[in-house]
Design a protein around this ligand. Structure first.
Ligand code: C5P
Length: 413
């Protein structure tokens, strides 16, 4: 599956603050996002979380001591920073912020930070008075002028019982800041909805009508949209895939449920329907298992047509997303059928692929597609589903940008 932090090494510095427990969840998110994490735990940090928790979650040794023979020979502080693509300080206490601002290097964390030229994200966490203090504010100015990115802090109740600025951002927000560091985000501030996977239409409590869709392409698109900064809802039929990190996932079974979940997710600016929705469902799902009896003719299953989710989303109206993308899996006449579908379903793009047995698409990691709009059609070379997902998202961003520019020109005329 596409992972937004693939091949990325993050050095996480956990300093002293009650918010240190949230960093455990941050490690989990980074790992789930495909990244590697090494942790430095300060003396203060170790009052709140144990090296064992960090080591277990990061699946790496944890470094605590500048003057430890073991730590320095295993992975010196210079190497710790050199091997990282990014350093994240979370929680960043008032103390470590002050030390960073003044170039102090009395312990492993601060020595590593001083000896590093790597980008740094800091997630401040402290009492509101400490945050507001001119000393902290001046240190923060120094750090941001030096190019350090801040994640938070947020406003709210702090552990010390006071309310105000100083609360550490939630792990998901810090994770999003990490993602934004590694990926361009042309879709920042936009909402997207993706359907993926098959639908299961129940015949009785144990049987259903389904199909072989794996959901891989839709899940890859949801992640690519998230990487590009969009707020993504993935509405997924039953799949064996894990929820992609950073994406809100709604699991459904039937087409009817998928449609309702889509409608609840509106309004969105971007909708991509990659699900293989069953065209038909049994007219009624039996409440008891249909029994097989000796010498009985096989039961007939009366079918009804399912709603066309793509067509419903793409229908003109106040809630129509700015861009609606449909998918077409065809065994023959790919382009012709896709063009017809584009017009019939009123969508902006159709991603068409050929699913002849020779192309082996279902369940595979690769795909060969054509991108078809009202004015043009492009054939994309066979590529991994994640590469296609990212390319598609870039095209969507480009199209939205063209819309924006056209609107500006119109307004100026
Ligand atoms: O008509 P056909 O099933 O070939 O169209 C495929 C496209 O329409 C896909 O994007 C699929 O997700 C969408 N679709 C849908 N609801 C249906 C049938 C198809 O959203 N009931």
């Amino acid at each position: 599956m596409i992972q937004p932090l693939e091949n990325k090494n993050i050095l996480l510095i956990v300093s002293g603050g009650i918010a240190a427990y949230k960093s455990l969840e941050l490690i989990r998110l980074i790992k789930k996002g495909g990244g590697q994490v090494r942790c430095i735990l300060t003396q203060g940090g170790s009052q709140f979380v144990t090296p064992l928790s960090l080591a277990t979650l990061s699946e790496n040794p944890v470094y605590t001591d500048l003057f430890s023979l073991k730590d320095e020979t295993e992975m010196g502080h210079i190497r710790l920073s050199r091997e990282a693509d990014l350093i994240v300080v979370a929680p960043a206490s008032a103390d470590i912020i002050a030390k960073m601002a003044h170039g102090m290097a009395g312990d492993l964390a601060t020595a590593t930070l001083l000896a590093s030229d790597k980008p740094i994200i800091a997630a401040p966490a402290m009492n509101p008075q400490m945050w507001e203090h001119e000393a902290t504010q001046s240190n923060i100015r120094t750090l941001t002028e030096r190019g350090i990115t801040l994640a938070g802090p947020g406003c709210g109740d702090t552990a010390c019982g006071e309310t105000g600025m100083g609360r550490m951002s939630e792990p998901e927000e810090i994770f999003s800041t990490i993602i934004a560091h590694f990926h361009e985000q042309p879709l920042k501030g936009l909402k997207a909805l993706v359907t993926a996977g098959p639908t299961f239409e129940p015949i009785d409590p144990v049987r259903f009508i389904g199909n072989r869709s794996s959901g891989k392409q839709g899940y890859a698109i949801a992640t690519a949209l998230y990487e590009a900064g969009a707020e993504v809802t993935l509405i997924s039929g039953p799949t064996a895939l894990q929820n992609p990190v950073g994406v809100r996932v709604v699991r459904v079974e039937t087409a009817e449920e998928m449609l309702n979940a889509c409608i609840s997710a509106l309004p969105v600016q971007i909708a991509l329907c990659a699900a293989a929705v069953s065209d038909w469902a049994p007219q009624e799902a039996k409440t008891a298992k249909i029994k097989k009896r000796r010498n009985q003719t096989p039961p007939a299953i009366a079918l009804k047509e399912n709603p066309d989710i793509l067509a419903r989303l793409a229908k003109d109206g106040p809630n129509r997303p700015d861009i609606v993308v449909g998918f077409a899996a065809e065994t023959e006449n790919v382009l012709e059928n896709a063009r017809e579908k584009l017009a019939r379903k009123n969508c902006d793009f159709i991603v068409a692929n050929e699913i002849s047995p020779a192309e082996k698409v279902f369940g595979a990691d690769e795909n060969r597609v054509h991108l078809i709009s009202a004015h043009e059609s492009e054939e994309w070379p066979r590529a991994g589903k994640k590469i296609i997902a990212r390319k598609l998202v870039r095209r969507i961003a480009q199209m939205l940008n063209d819309f924006d520019n056209a609107a500006k020109v119109e307004a100026a005329e």
